[in-house]
Design a binder for this molecule. Structure first.
Ligand code: APR
Ligand code: MG
Length: 278
């Protein structure tokens, strides 16, 4: 398979949404983020920052009760679905009110997560599955998109494709598995591949090895959730989130060593980076 084309600067400029003069938080909608747990509270914070910086109207974080006090001082704008994973698994959440949902950062891939994911699949909004919410499974057909964001190790785990083989033929495997599972696959790493289930596929040209550090994937998941809330066309949201996430790292590396970037610094760079494309 030939390499997929690059999603370009021009593509980003023409597809980024405007913030409408008459827009209000309801225009952009409420996103639900199921993230963070006792041993990985930071993942909720990193993905929450990504979402809140990416055009969302309101953000609700579903996380363990004990994680909440860590988030409040940094992100006072967020509201909570206390023990959200458990409540989602028990089907006691009204999922209809969310414009988009993301699940997985800082969550264990256990039975409760699997049950919650099963419930989320029944909802009628775009759904991002990352990290702990990624397991080997089939996906029921649904109206709204399902977007998986695996790094190569996670992709290999959920598909059984050998890691070395995967890395040699990334475009090919992302595309065939996207079509096979009927979901969008964002295969992360240097030159992230974005493959849609109808065969459309792109290569992301931005980003660098400053991103090779724990937490940057969580930030991307949050950014994608926010972008889904403010874009009209969900495909553009996925592509632009990956692109701008990479540009933030490129911006960092212009004047600072790639060894030194922290994931939460991506979202500090995003406001100026995004402005550069408007
Ligand atoms: N060049 C460009 N981009 C890169 C590079 C690189 N060399 N290395 C990493 N990236 C980008 C990826 O494309 C992705 O967007 O950095 C991000 C890394 O995401 P993850 O691998 O998901 O990392 P993260 O989730 O933040 O790590 C925390 O969570 O996924 C689990 O178990 C995993 O320990 C990990 C933890
Ligand atoms: Mg990750």
């Amino acid at each position: 398979m030939t390499a997929h084309p690059f999603w370009t600067e021009e593509n980003v400029r023409t597809t980024l949404p405007k913030r409408e003069a008459s827009g209000h938080k309801g225009t952009y909608g409420t996103g639900l983020l199921l993230a963070g747990s006792r041993d990985m509270p930071g993942a909720a914070l990193l993905s929450g920052l990504g979402a809140m910086r990416s055009g969302i109207g309101k953000l609700e974080i579903g996380t363990d009760e004990e994680v909440i006090p860590y988030i409040v001082p940094v992100l006072p704008e967020v509201t909570y679905l206390r023990n959200g994973l458990q409540k989602t698994a028990e089907s006691s959440v009204d999922l209809a009110k969310y414009k988009a949902v993301a699940a997985g950062p800082g969550i264990e891939p256990n039975e409760e997560t699997e049950k919650a994911t099963h419930q989320l699949m029944k909802s009628e909004s775009p759904l991002i599955l990352d990290a702990g919410a990624l397991t080997e499974r089939m996906y029921d057909e649904r109206q709204e998109p399902v977007i998986l964001t695996p790094h190569p190790g996670e992709f290999s785990k959920i598909t059984g494709v050998d890691l070395k083989e995967l890395q040699q033929n990334r475009s090919h495997h992302a595309s065939i598995w996207s079509e096979k599972l009927g979901v969008t696959i964002v295969l992360k790493g240097n030159e992230t591949i974005i493959a849609f289930p109808d065969g459309e596929a792109w290569t992301n040209p931005t980003g660098n090895s400053a991103l090779a550090k724990g937490g940057t994937g969580d930030t991307l998941t949050g950014m994608m959730l926010g972008m889904l809330c403010c874009h009209k066309e969900w495909r553009h949201a996925v592509l632009n989130a990956v692109y701008l996430h990479g540009v933030c790292a490129d911006k960092w590396s212009e004047q600072r060593s790639a060894h030194t970037m922290l994931a939460h610094e991506l979202t500090e760079l995003l406001p100026v980076v995004w402005k550069g494309f408007e």
